[in-house]
Design a protein around this ligand. Structure first.
Ligand code: BES
Ligand code: MN
Ligand code: ZN
Length: 495
């Protein structure tokens, strides 16, 4: 999609679809009023008919309106004037994008310069406009034999609000587009089946990033190299699989070498059968999404490079397939992690923490400013929070606060759980330093407790995205979360 800012009379804009807002109780916006006058009351005819009230997200299409050059007018309900906050605005932008994408329009113009969002500025609205349009136009068709009909949109423009800086707005459009594309990339990686998206496939994706961006260098560690580093925990997960595990290191340099990096670590289980502690068949297909943390890291790294952020960022993906087999790890097996700590594996289905702990230890060598891991880690997170929240735990209150704020700002929201010392004893083991499960209670917290044993010297936060990373049922598919939140974090950090 190409984005631009257009000035001048909106009735003269020659778009396939002109978007105009109407407030609730049929109150015409400045733009709607203007078009109503030039068209001989075409818009007031619609609201007077009672067919359109201006409810938030309501849409109505008009064709061949006299006095208006655009082929269609899409009227969008923006709800109550003083109540359009950021969340309502996103709902409105999603409904708008969906309605435009359903038509054959190849170009669209947003004539909503008069619309103000109560808790955000005009640049935010512009960035969100492009982000939502990109997201809405995403379709998965890679593994369909017949082409999936995709939206025809190629051009989008907007009228700048009075007093807004044009340059700032076009930067915002670009930024929103980059984030939207990154979210789509995370969705795409997540949606690919386990027989396509293997650890090797993910490693290849990272290498493509490096080939496309001079500011990115990628390093792929093989099982042999990991064995030399003593990553017995990560390797124990891959032991039952014919697919080789990979530790993928994506290094983005946007600042001096001396500037300490921000590190993102993603869980990349490309399929989670549970291993010897085999999962039940119901919805097991969804365990192809068990690499959505990794997908969010790869996508964010690409976005960071595209936006040329003035910081150093390192993305690490711990990629493996969790399978049963004659060489697979068994319950009761004890392995030694790279940190030297021994782990009793009581349940091979608690594999995410086993790959992450070695990746977190590996990350220490980069002297991270902060380290954030992103993982579809526990069913307990889904049971408690459903699909809405990224569940966050941290050993650093300031980092936790910042991430919560970034969640609110991007509306890719997080909720914090306690990481109290009192929970730590739940992962005690009689045979090793730590057990990899903590029993049936407080599952999301004990998983984080496990990880905290490997990040004691770091400013670290953990995002359990088991509920937020994908949708089940008829809408089954990856959501691209929490790329929005991660990008909000990286965009606001300093070198
Ligand atoms: N990938 C799963 C977590 C998961 C399960 C995410 C269902 C989304 C939906 C993870 O590897 C896992 O199996 N976790 C176990 C841990 C348990 C054995 C302590 C779980 O949550 O059941
Ligand atoms: Mn598992
Ligand atoms: Zn898993």
């Amino acid at each position: 999609m190409r984005y631009s800012i257009k000035s001048g009379a909106i009735e003269k804009v020659a778009a396939d679809c002109l978007i105009v807002p109407v407030w609730s109780k049929s109150a015409l916006s400045a733009e709607a009023n203007h078009l109503d006058e030039v068209s001989g009351k075409a818009l007031s005819a619609v609201v007077k008919s009672g067919d359109f009230s201006g409810r938030l997200g309501e849409t109505y299409l008009l064709y061949k309106t006299p006095g208006v050059r655009s082929r269609r007018i899409l009227i969008i309900g923006v709800g109550e004037r003083k109540k359009l906050d950021a969340r309502a605005a996103v709902k409105m932008l999603k409904a708008t994008a969906k309605a435009v994408a359903k038509t054959q329009a190849e170009s669209t113009h947003y004539a909503m310069a008069s619309v103000e969002v109560t808790d955000r500025d005009a640049a935010w609205l512009a960035a969100r406009l492009s982000q939502e349009l990109e997201e809405t136009c995403y379709r998965f068709d890679t593994t369909k034999s017949k082409n999936v009909k995709k939206p025809s949109l190629k051009l989008a423009s907007m009228t700048a609000p009075a007093g807004a800086r044009r340059k700032g707005l076009s930067e915002a459009l670009k930024q929103g587009q980059a984030i939207g594309k990154a979210i789509n990339r995370a969705k795409q990686l997540g949606n690919l089946p386990g027989n396509v998206c293997t650890p090797t496939f993910l490693a290849n994706e990272a290498q493509i990033l490096a080939a496309k961006n001079k500011s990115i260098a990628t390093q792929i560690l093989s099982e042999k190299q990991m064995a030399r580093l003593g990553m017995g925990s990560l390797l124990s997960v891959a032991a039952g699989s014919a697919e080789e595990a990979k530790l993928i290191v994506i290094n983005y340099r946007g600042s001096d070498t001396s500037s300490r990096p921000y590190v993102l670590v993603g869980k990349g289980i490309t399929f989670d059968t549970g291993g010897i502690s085999l999962k039940s068949p119901a919805a097991m297909d969804e365990m192809k999404f068990d690499m959505c943390g990794a997908a969010s890291v790869v996508a964010s790294m690409g976005c960071v490079a595209e936006l040329k952020l003035p910081i150093n960022v390192i993305g690490i993906v711990a990629a493996a397939e969790n399978m049963p087999g004659s060489k697979a790890t068994k319950p009761g097996d004890v392995v030694t992690s790279m940190s030297g700590k021994t782990i009793e594996i009581l349940n091979t289905d608690a594999e995410g923490r086993l790959v992450l702990c070695d990746a977190l230890t590996y990350a220490e060598r980069f002297k991270p400013r902060t380290i954030i891991d992103i993982a579809t880690l526990t069913g307990a997170a889904v049971a408690t929070f459903g699909s809405q929240a990224n569940v966050m735990l941290s050993n650093d209150e300031r980092l936790a606060e910042t991430l919560l704020q970034c969640g609110e700002e991007s509306l890719d929201r997080a909720w914090q759980l306690p990481l109290w010392d009192e929970y730590q004893s739940l992962i005690d083991s009689n045979f090793a330093d730590i057990a990899n499960i903590g029993g049936p209670r407080a599952g999301t917290i004990t998983a984080a407790c496990f990880l905290s044993r490997f990040t004691e010297s770091q400013k670290w936060a953990h995002l359990d995205i088991a509920g937020s990373a994908w949708q089940s049922g008829a809408q089954k598919g990856a959501t691209g979360r929490p790329v929005g939140m991660l990008m909000q974090y990286l965009l606001t950090q300093k070198a």
